[in-house]
Design a protein. Sequence first.
Length: 836
Amino acid sequence: MRHGLLVLLSAGLAAAEDGMSGWLRYAPLSCSRSSPPSLPQTIVALNATKSSPVYAAGRELQKGLQGIFARQVQVTGQTTNDSSVIVGSVAQYTRATGDSTVPSLEEDGYWLNIKGDSVQIVGQNERGALYGTFEYLSMLAQGNFSDVTKVSNPSAPIRWTNEWDNMDGSIERGFAGPSIFFANGVVVDDTSRVAAYGRLLASIGINGVVINNVNANATLLTAQNIRGIGRVADAMRPYGIQIGISLNFDSPKSFGHLAMSDPLDAGVIAFWTDITSQIYRQIPDFAGYLVKANSEGQPGPITYNRTLADGANLFAKAVQPYGGIVMFRAFVYDQLNESDWHADRADAAVNYFKPLDGEFDDNVVVQIKYGPIDFQVREPASPLFANLPKTNMAIELQITQEYLGQQCHLVYIPPLWKTVLDFDLKVDGQPSLVRDIVSGERFKRPLGGYAGVVNVGTNSTWLGSHLAMSNLYAYGRLAWDPTGDPQAILQDWIRLTFGPNRNVVDIITKMSMDSWPAYENYTGNLGIQTLTDILYTHFGPNPASQDDNGWGQWTRADRAGIGMDRTVSNGTGFAGQYPAQVAAAYEAPATTPDELLLWFHHVPYTYPLHSGKTVIQHFYDAHYAGAETAQTFPALWEGLRGKIDDQRFEEVLFRLRFQAGHSIVWRDAISEFYLNKSSIPDQAGRVGHHPYRLEAEDMQLSGYKVVALNPFEMASNSKAVVTSSNATGGTLAARLGFESGVYDLGVNYYDIIGGRARYEVYLNEKLVGEWMGDNVDSGRLGHTPSMMLDGHSATRITFGGVEVKEGDMLKIVGTPDGAEMAPVDYVVLLPEGVVD
Ligand code: GCV
């Protein structure tokens, strides 16, 4: 029976949800205009072995039908005369039904055939059958009861996640609490979260997980931990997910007590052969190794005068007999001298790897970050993708928002990824989209695909933020089909995560699609990179930190101009690493798109863009526009009150409010910094002028003292106040000269790690609001904390709709705690519609 797409209402909104189910909630649907569809009466799962994906598929169908439709449906292993959903591999299905008409499928692909209450889900292998099952359930959960006959095959064989989890349970660039894999140096005993994660990943087509940090600890190789990795593999196996690990290149020396780790040394080869056989004894379907070598000060083959290919092939030969693979990272670079105009970290990957093309074993895959530097808010596609036609390649994307607001800012990243995946490198003048190169199609390579750095933690939301999960969902969907539309994928995720209400879908779509452009606007524009603090937390603004160090994320900003000259004619030569047509376009400012101008060219601040604006005016305008967009997010979200369960509603609102405040911190820091550098004022007169602010240092201080901040742009007017001691509180007071009216009253303060200061705000001795500076200490915001008054700790709290009369007395009482001396930067009183 055909039902088509019905308009549905989500029921049961009142129940609090903590996010643990992600997009696999199977929330009840109540049909508003039509009766429920006719559903299969039996589930036939063609493998009863509990560790098999087909068994998991049967259970999942049962769970889904129960959750969405309150139908209890039995799972059986036998075909029946009842209407049924039958799930299995091609071989199992043909054996059970005698039907040999299943269309041909590629590895991990599936055929989904829905005719009312008769459904066939057949995978090329069991994993494919599970993927088809999740697709069927996703349709049902979104109220799509259409008949469908479709074949779906993945774009590439490698669709992995990388987790940067450390053995002590911490996670490098993880913003959602400790590891689900490790604690206290060993693999955790309870793998229930691991299994739950495997389920989520399988539902988006992920087939491999590397469970430990690329900055790897060799103690992962103890016998106890190898048994532990086995438990992790057991937990993920029912979901068709294979486990891999990151290796510490120096393990033969540091762990095996050998004299060195030279990849061509017989003892070293024997060490890795032995470790590998121990691992495969425990985990016969082990996926393979991920290796970071000669990167960020770590040893590697070059340390022993060997090539990177020698190093990669050492591991490849160890896993080859077992069918394993080696993901070898292209993130290889050294520190550089900025005073050398021609030095460029962006050059490193091609310089190191291009000469080795053809020298990697067939089971090696070179894993390449999407851009030449490091997950910045905008980068051109890495030219390495165009330079290894005889090598397997995978693209590395980052779901964890290391440089993109650390899950405390809403940034829906797929539109950024698409700028790279859809980019045409024009190798040999032929169409060469990055997505066709990494799939293996363009250069006819047997292996290739996707590695996404995720870094989930034990927080019930997995990533620390409910909305950040759209990035993980979309990552899997794009790895499966990179031609997918980010907005359509997003809307599937919204319906699955928050229900099908039209208003909910429209609002979350708007916020999410606006979010990356807004973030780029208020952080770093025109290809200058994120402009965060690269020497400290990678969270808040600190443009000066990009330069005057050896790390090579330079902007070369001085009084006269800004940008990296990466031309062949006068710069680092990086533009010349692209195939001829692309190189020629990037060589000249006139043919470089505005959004990448400063990536490729060093120009005066007054340089006119294609848009007609100067570089500096674009900076100012973009920062103001981006922060303004961020102010719309909490307001839009407020419109969904009552349409989303209270727990998730409030948790999201809290983060969006934080983001709105922090976007102003970003806006002001970057605008002031470049005003100071260039001495060119904002044509609109905004930068440095804040008529609605009361600087804390200008208020009557009692028990407070003024501090000058360094860098100066980390405080409004470069100064803030802190209590005179960390034992006693203080007050700030000012008589308000504002016209009587209703205002939003904001207080910008600093929330550092190591203290939970308390604050109260009064108007004429009447309490307007109180709060504690504990967002960081309580873990409520999971970003990398700061110990200082700076752009990372700068926070705004806003009390809406406050009635103010001219001459009212404003008072803030601050009570220090620990290292946090109740720091305040300024108070702002905003009439409706004003952003500052
Ligand atoms: C895991 C950047 C990050 C590091 C990361 C490194 C890498 O430098 O800041 O945290 O290390 O990239 O990708 O290896």
